[in-house]
Design a protein around this ligand. Structure first.
Ligand code: GDP
Length: 297
């Protein structure tokens, strides 16, 4: 289960504080030292952790907190509020284009869960918007990726536009969009190629697709199990493509959770959805406040 280690450590730390009748500045500092270690151990980005600790400490050691009737509760509430804030405060939903189709481009490293997330998003859009999406298979490097998207398209009963592997992905996207215009699809989801790591060739291909597709959303799919690397990947893609949001996958696994807590603060871009399983209905809108409650128990 995600965040297990972090949750447990924070709860133990809070229990110690709750056990005290009176809370001193030194108690808060001691607690924050433990919180800091717990966050770093959970792979939260170093600068994010540092700023978080500083902010909580500044808010928590004031006399209106320490001299209140419930000091421990107040301090814990501050931790909860600041944790929510670094994750973006409130849920950020998908943007919609003023003319159909709304184009959503999915990008990410190989294995991050991009193709699966495309299927999940289709299901979400069908349920929430009664949408009639078209999927475009723009990963021309792995034939298996096209087959996988076709299979997913059948499962969610939407057409998948592909031209096999011998065509320039930019042209595939151009033709796919023409098809969507003709068929009046209201959403187009583009499944792009991934690599094992960020490289220039991939980034320039994605930039060219972006230029042609003029997407309303560029969603980066990131595997939460990759720890600190997930945040670096988000930074790299955002620098090159100016993404609009993130889908953080595999939160059902035993991820330590650092990516969920760092990505927004590091990139300024919201986590819009989290993936919580392999099935196509395992996609949830990301709510920072609920996530903070879940972590703090
Ligand atoms: P792509 O290479 O980025 O297109 O990745 P895929 O969509 O093929 O996913 C890679 C693997 O991760 C597959 O086995 C998926 O079933 C799995 N996967 C994707 N999202 C999730 C998730 O949220 N939770 C779990 N447990 N597995 C996932």
């Amino acid at each position: 289960m995600a965040f297990e280690g972090l949750s447990e450590r924070l709860q133990n730390t809070f229990a110690k504080l709750r056990g005290k009748g009176k809370v001193t500045k030194a108690d808060v500092q001691e607690m924050m030292r433990e919180v800091r270690l717990a966050l770093l151990e959970a792979d939260v980005n170093f600068d994010v952790t540092k700023n978080f600790i500083k902010t909580v400490q500044e808010r928590a050691v004031g006399s209106e907190v320490l001299d209140s009737l419930t000091p421990a509760q107040q301090v814990i509430k501050i931790v909860n509020e600041e944790l929510t804030k670094i994750m973006g405060s409130s849920a950020v939903l998908l943007n919609q284009a003023s003319h159909i189709p709304t184009v959503i481009m999915l990008v990410g490293l190989q294995g991050s869960g991009k193709t699966t997330s495309a299927g999940k998003l289709v299901k979400y859009l069908q349920a929430e918007k009664n949408a009639r999406p078209l999927l475009i298979a723009a990963d021309v490097y792995r034939p298996a990726a096209i087959d996988q998207l076709q299979t997913i398209g059948q499962q969610v009963q939407v057409p998948v536009y592909d031209e096999g592997t011998n065509q320039d992905p930019v042209e595939i996207v151009r033709h796919g969009l023409e098809t969507a215009q003709a068929k009046k699809n209201d959403y187009v989801l583009i499944d792009t190629a991934g690599r094992l790591e960020i490289d220039d060739q991939l980034m320039s291909e994605l930039s060219r697709i972006k230029q042609v597709a003029q997407p309303t959303e560029i969603l980066l799919v990131v595997d939460s199990m990759t720890g600190q690397a997930a945040t670096h990947v988000a930074e790299g893609f955002n620098d090159r493509l100016d993404i609009s949001g993130v889908i953080l996958t595999k939160l059902d696994g035993d991820t330590r959770g650092g990516a969920a807590l760092s990505i927004r603060a590091v990139t300024g871009k919201p986590i819009k959805f989290v993936g919580s399983g392999e099935k196509l209905d395992a996609l949830e809108v990301f709510h920072p406040d609920r996530m903070a409650d879940r972590i703090l128990g």
